[in-house]
Design a protein around this ligand. Structure first.
Ligand code: PEP
Length: 258
C-alpha cells in the first residue's frame, strides 16, 4: 500500500490561447467522468492561469510552468510565487529541461525557485533528467542525483510534504521515445534513495515521483504500474483533452490499487 498520491499533470508549454481554455476542460470532464482518487494538475501558460482556475472545476488543480524566486522587485518579465498564488495556482514546475537548456537555468536557480515555491505555500514539481549523451556515457544516475541534491540543498523541513519530483529524461521529451518502464523505475528508485539521504526515509517515502517523456494513452498504464512511478507529467499528449483524459484514467486505475 503506497503512502503517496498518484499525480497526473499536463504541461501545455507555450500552447493555447484564452478561447481554448473552457472547451478543453468541458471536453476533459466529459471524458474523465469516472475519476478515481488521483490528483490532476494542468500547467497552462501564465496569461491563461486565471481562466484555467475558473474552468478547471474543483477536482483539477492549476499550476504555473515557472516562477522567479523573489516575491517582487525590478525583474522585468518575471512572475513571482505570491502572484501565482493570488491567481489561484497551487503548483509550480521548477527546472523543466526546456528552462535549463534554452534559458540557462542552473541547479542553484532551481533550488532558489523550489524554496520560494514552498515558502509561498505552493507545491513545486522539481524536474530532473539526463541528456542522451549523458545516458550513453552511463552517467544518468550521477547527473540526476547531482541535479536533485543541489536543488534540494537548504530546503526547509516545513513544506517538504509538498515537494514533488519529475524524472524527465531529456531524450524522451517530445521525441515519441519514452523510457522503458524498467529504466524509468530504476531511475525513480535511485531518486527515492537519494531523497532518503537528504530528507530522511519517512519524508522521502511520501514524495510523489512523476515520470515525464513521451507519455501517451498507449504507454501510461505500464509506466504507472511500477512501484516508484507515482504519476506522469505529460506534454504533447496533454494538449488533447481526450488524450489527457485517457492518461488520467490510467492514473485512476493505479490510484485504485495503490
Ligand atoms: C514535458 O514537457 O514535460 C514532456 C514530458 O513532454 P512530452 O510528453 O511531449 O514528451
Amino acid at each position: 500500500m503506497s503512502a503517496r498520491p498518484v499525480v497526473v499533470a499536463a504541461n501545455w508549454k507555450m500552447h493555447k490561447t484564452g478561447s481554448e481554455v473552457e472547451p478543453y476542460f468541458e471536453a476533459f470532464h466529459r471524458q474523465a467522468r469516472k475519476r478515481g482518487t488521483e490528483r490532476v494538475v494542468v500547467f497552462p501558460p501564465f496569461p491563461l492561469l486565471e481562466a484555467a482556475v475558473r474552468a478547471a472545476g474543483d477536482r483539477v488543480e492549476i499550476g504555473a510552468q515557472n516562477c522567479h524566486w523573489e516575491a517582487s522587485g525590478a525583474f522585468t518579465g518575471e512572475v513571482s510565487v505570491p502572484m501565482l498564488a493570488a491567481s489561484g495556482a497551487r503548483f509550480v514546475l521548477v527546472g523543466h529541461s526546456e528552462r535549463r537548456q534554452l534559458f540557462g537555468e542552473t541547479d542553484e536557480d532551481c533550488g532558489r525557485k523550489a524554496r520560494a515555491v514552498l515558502a509561498g505555500g505552493l507545491a513545486p514539481i522539481l524536474c530532473v533528467g539526463e541528456t542522451l549523451e549523458e545516458r550513453e556515457a552511463g552517467r544518468q544516475r550521477a547527473v540526476v542525483i547531482r541535479q536533485l541534491t543541489r536543488a534540494l540543498d537548504g530546503l526547509p523541513d516545513s513544506g517538504s510534504g509538498r515537494l514533488h519530483i519529475a524524472y524527465e529524461p531529456v531524450w524522451a521529451i517530445g521525441t515519441g521515445r519514452s523510457a522503458s518502464p524498467e529504466d524509468a523505475q530504476e531511475m525513480h528508485a535511485a531518486i527515492r534513495e537519494s531523497l532518503t539521504t537528504v530528507l530522511g526515509a519517512r519524508t522521502a517515502g511520501q514524495v510523489p515521483i512523476l515520470y515525464g517523456g513521451s507519455v501517451k494513452p498507449g504507454n501510461a498504464a505500464e509506466l504507472l504500474a511500477r512501484p516508484d512511478i507515482d504519476g506522469a507529467l505529460v506534454g504533447g499528449a496533454s494538449l488533447s483533452p481526450d488524450g489527457f483524459a485517457s492518461i488520467v484514467a490510467a492514473g485512476s486505475r493505479r490510484a485504485g490499487i495503490a
